[in-house]
Design a protein around this ligand. Structure first.
Ligand SMILES: [Cu+2]
Length: 509
């Protein structure tokens, strides 16, 4: 029986001061390696641990980040000084332009909505981002909420009112795309004392439908209102894993039907992350360094205990990489306190449920930090603050091990290139994909992410079957919308050395 003593702090609080870890030892080692290795500015073990890039400035704290259908990233949540408010500006970052000032388009928010701690998701048909709810100050008290609904159009980079308010006010709501191509909105609260226990559904072109027969304080109200963890399940319903342990299936058809399942999980927290790493299988971090794999592929949900990530990582993030492994970064042992800060990331391998130690970041990523898989198969890690022990108006981009040569050189590997692929596809279809090399070893499909508050609402990964004829592939798209809901996905191909291409973004509809 493992007994992690996580209630005891390992070292004293170290507010706002970044540690200097073994600089002398590091420089001696680097000097020795420089004599041995051709490319000694990069660490020798990047092929195992990956590497964080330099700390780069960001025009705001990106509390919310969304990968857009054109490969850019919408971010918002604070002003340019890192103050709590999404009222004034939002940012669109183009990763293909690097990380300098020119790579950002920072624009005024003229909607009148404070989008701080709203929900956000790319709509499956139009590709616009739906922003649900947000923040409001009442009698000088923050963290009330609104029922405002705004849209961001990636084609014009404009943010504007949808003129279709929700039926309920929501601050901290979850949004996700269902198999029917609708957007389900769950949880959040109305004011500091009143949660929102009734879900509602948005249909493009039609507006809102209240799930009036599915109200629940236990599933997504009083006991679980803060960004409830929910996923489209293979059985056609939406699976909900609460922080207190109860699990539910919600059928969002009509006015909704909620049923409790027989599965109860160990207790978690609204700021411990969970991720569906393959359709119907969820890695869920629970309190006291516990972790479970929830399997909802069968008739009854089941959970299996797996090794935890090493310590509680409150406000840490989990990102499915292009190869299906799970990258966990950030967090600390005490919620939003610089105590037991996890600077070193970990990678979880679904094949053996084991963890490997990844690279070490420079900045703590606590409350209001995010991570997001980019189309180039790297991971944006960013933000933290408003409030927090540090104000992180910055990002560190993580390059996973699969982008390095599998040797000690620390050199980036040559990547395969997708030279042709369709822009749209449908379920079960075989699509023609051309590459610049033969010997493709794997084809994967990853939903474009939408992350905030340790949740990536639509995150989803699958490997695809394919046949190859030289450099030409015939790739079979997922069988159903229950497995892969409609919307935008990144298609990656891997060469014979296991190196992924830059993704081609494909709309599944
Ligand atoms: Cu928040």
């Amino acid at each position: 029986m493992r007994a992690p003593r996580t209630h005891r702090a390992r070292r004293p609080a170290r507010a706002a001061v970044e540690p200097r870890r073994g600089l002398l030892a590091k420089s001696v080692l680097a000097g020795a390696l420089a004599l041995l290795l051709p490319n000694a500015h990069a660490a020798w073990d990047t092929y195992i641990k990956g590497a964080f890039g330099p700390v780069v400035n960001w025009p705001l704290i990106p509390i919310h980040v969304v990968l857009l259908p054109d490969g850019r990233v919408l971010g918002y949540g604070t002003d340019g000084k890192g103050n709590q408010t999404g009222q004034f500006t939002y940012d669109v970052w183009d990763p293909s332009k690097g990380t300098g000032v020119d790579a950002h388009l920072t624009l005024p928010n003229t909607t009148g909505t404070d989008t701080f701690c709203s929900g956000q998701i790319v709509l499956p048909a139009s590709g616009a981002v739906l922003l649900t709810g947000g923040d409001k100050t009442v009698n000088n008290v923050r963290n009330y909420s609104v029922n405002d609904v705004n849209l961001f159009d990636y084609r014009s980079s404009a943010l504007y009112s949808a003129q279709q308010p929700m039926n309920y006010l929501r601050w901290y709501p979850t949004v996700l795309t269902t198999a029917a191509g609708e957007v389900l909105v769950l949880g959040g609260r109305i004011d500091p004392d009143t949660p929102t226990p009734t879900p509602e559904v948005y249909t493009e072109g039609r507006g809102w439908r209240t799930l009036s027969s599915a109200t629940s304080d236990d599933a997504y109200g009083l006991k679980n209102w803060s960004y409830p963890r929910a996923w489209q399940a293979p059985n056609g319903k939406v699976f909900i894993a609460t922080k207190w342990g109860g699990t539910y299936y919600l059928d969002p058809a009509g006015t909704g039907k909620l049923e409790k399942t027989s599965l109860t999980l160990p207790a978690s927290d609204e700021y411990l992350t969970s991720v569906m790493y393959t359709p119907g299988k969820i890695l869920s971090l629970r309190k006291l360094n516990k972790a479970v794999v929830i399997d909802i592929t069968g008739a009854t949900p089941k959970a299996t205990s797996v090794i935890g990530v090493g310590q509680d990582r409150f406000h840490g993030s989990a990102t499915v990489l292009a190869d299906g492994k799970v990258f966990v970064n950030g967090g600390s042992m005490v919620s939003n306190v610089a105590n037991g800060v996890a600077y070193t990331a970990k990678i979880w391998n679904p094949a053996n449920s084991g963890w490997t130690t990844a690279a070490t970041a420079s900045k703590m990523r606590l409350y209001h930090s995010v991570s997001l898989l980019l189309p180039d198969a790297r991971v944006l890690t960013a933000g933290g603050g408003a409030p927090g022990p540090v104000i992180n108006l910055n990002a560190e981009i993580y390059t996973p091990p699969y982008l390095y040569q599998q040797d000690w050189s620390g050199t980036l590997a040559t990547r395969p290139v997708i030279t042709a692929a369709p822009a749209t596809a449908t379920w079960g279809q075989s699509i023609a994909v051309s590459t610049n090399v033969s010997g493709i070893s794997k084809v994967t499909l990853v939903k474009t992410g939408s992350a905030t508050h340790t949740v990536d609402f639509d995150q989803r990964f699958m490997t695809l079957d394919y046949t190859a004829s030289g450099q030409n592939l015939s790739v079979t798209m997922p069988a159903s919308a229950n497995v892969a809901p409609p919307g935008y996905y990144m298609l990656f191909v891997f060469n014979s050395a296991g190196v992924p291409s830059v993704a081609k973004i494909i709309k599944l509809n």
